[in-house]
Design a protein around this ligand. Structure first.
Ligand SMILES: [Zn+2]
Ligand SMILES: [Zn+2]
Length: 379
């Protein structure tokens, strides 16, 4: 029997009287048509969790990017389980009336492309503890993202050429130039820029050629290469096509021209003061005179390319016996090839107590080289 004081409160579905006043206790308010139902009818229709039958995840089989919304994003994942859990969490919705909701998920790897997500939810509705178990299969569709598609299609907007001046770049310069480009692109990628990529890197007999996704990045990389390795950048645009709107599309070749001499080279400036060991090719060429140990610095107008020819490299030097000190300006050493005693110039960096010295044999004779730490090789 219903009490008179709560007259008129009946479940519209089953007609049973409702003990509680809907306005006072029931969540949902007037906008939820189910709010007026009795508990038993309410729970009959109630789903704690709304889950899709399946979730499909589109991932790039080349770079691992994930397609979300309308675009590809880098997730930096090779194992997609964590990404699949996030996707599942995004796609499941818990009933708005539930409070104290907690959930856990147990991923079950079915095969390489299928993960079954066993999810357990608990929550409270109408002062009743509820739980729900849902299993959602996540299918991983492996595709090729727009960026990888462009790389595979040999797309690029600029070319970087690393070249030497009257020489070919050294193996170290080539590999350093490639490292600089890769770290530049990696920095851009780290900011989420999916337009940053290197389409191709090729070492040729002349140096390195790299195809870069944009002109702006091609220029940035070329500048960074000469900032570190010395030299200068020149650019040459080539008209490749017209786009759909009739605009001309250019590709730009940026040539990073490395300086003629690099640290470690021994050069002859033909100025009567003997060979110079190059220590820096920044701004203008700097080095050490091998006759005296004096510092050499090219005139401002000569910059990094004074008139000179290369005699050899520090790496070609050999250890030989220091026979005797003749005077302030001369010592005797053994010629490392003929083992004859030779009188040669005595540079200030020579340690008179040393038993052996490092000498370079070149077309103008023998020169004593400073130890690496004495040469002040600043890059
Ligand atoms: Zn009812
Ligand atoms: Zn990709």
């Amino acid at each position: 029997m219903s009490s008179g004081s709560r007259s008129g409160t009946f479940c519209p579905q089953c007609g049973d009287p409702i003990e509680r006043s809907p306005e006072a206790d029931l969540p949902g308010g007037p906008n939820d048509p189910d709010a007026v139902l009795c508990d038993s009818c309410y729970f009959e229709k109630f789903d704690l969790v709304d889950a899709p039958d399946r979730i499909e995840m589109r991932v790039c089989s080349r770079c691992g990017a994930l397609h979300r919304g309308k675009r590809w994003i880098d997730v930096g994942a090779r194992d997609y389980t964590d990404v699949a859990i996030d996707e599942t969490a995004d796609r499941l919705s818990v009933h708005i009336e539930a409070t104290d909701v907690e959930w856990g998920v147990e991923p079950e790897q079915i095969d390489q492309n299928t993960i079954r997500m066993h999810c357990l939810f608990t929550g409270r509705v109408r002062e009743t503890n509820l739980s729900a178990e849902v299993t959602v299969p996540v299918y991983i569709a492996r595709e090729v993202c727009d960026r990888c598609g462009r790389i595979a299609g040999d797309y690029y907007a600029s070319i970087i050429q690393v070249r030497g001046t009257d020489r070919t770049p050294t193996a170290e310069e080539n590999s350093r130039a490639i490292e600089i480009a890769e770290s530049y692109i990696a920095d851009r990628e780290a900011t989420g820029d999916r337009n940053a990529f290197i389409t191709e890197t090729k070492e040729t007999a002349d140096g390195v050629d790299m195809k870069i996704s944009t002109n702006q990045m091609g220029q940035g990389i070329a500048k960074r290469i000469v900032t570190e390795l010395g030299g200068s950048v020149s650019e040459a645009p080539t008209l490749v096509t017209e786009d759909g709107d009739g605009n001309e599309v250019y590709r730009v070749t940026f040539t990073a021209r490395l300086p003629p001499f690099t640290p470690g080279d021994v050069i002859d400036l033909d100025d009567g003061d003997g060979p110079v060991l190059v220590t820096s090719a920044h701004g203008n060429l700097k080095g050490t005179r091998l006759k005296t140990g004096d510092r050499y610095e090219a005139a401002f107008e000569d910059g990094i390319a004074p008139d000179a020819r290369k005699l050899g490299e520090r790496d070609d030097a050999e250890e030989t016996t220091l026979v005797t000190i003749e005077d302030e300006h001369a010592v005797q050493v053994l010629d490392p090839e003929t083992f004859e005693s030779k009188t040669i110039a005595r540079p200030s960096y020579l340690d008179p107590d040393a038993e052996s010295v490092s000498v370079l044999k070149h077309r103008n004779g023998l020169s004593i080289l400073p130890k690496p730490e004495q040469a002040d090789e600043t890059r």
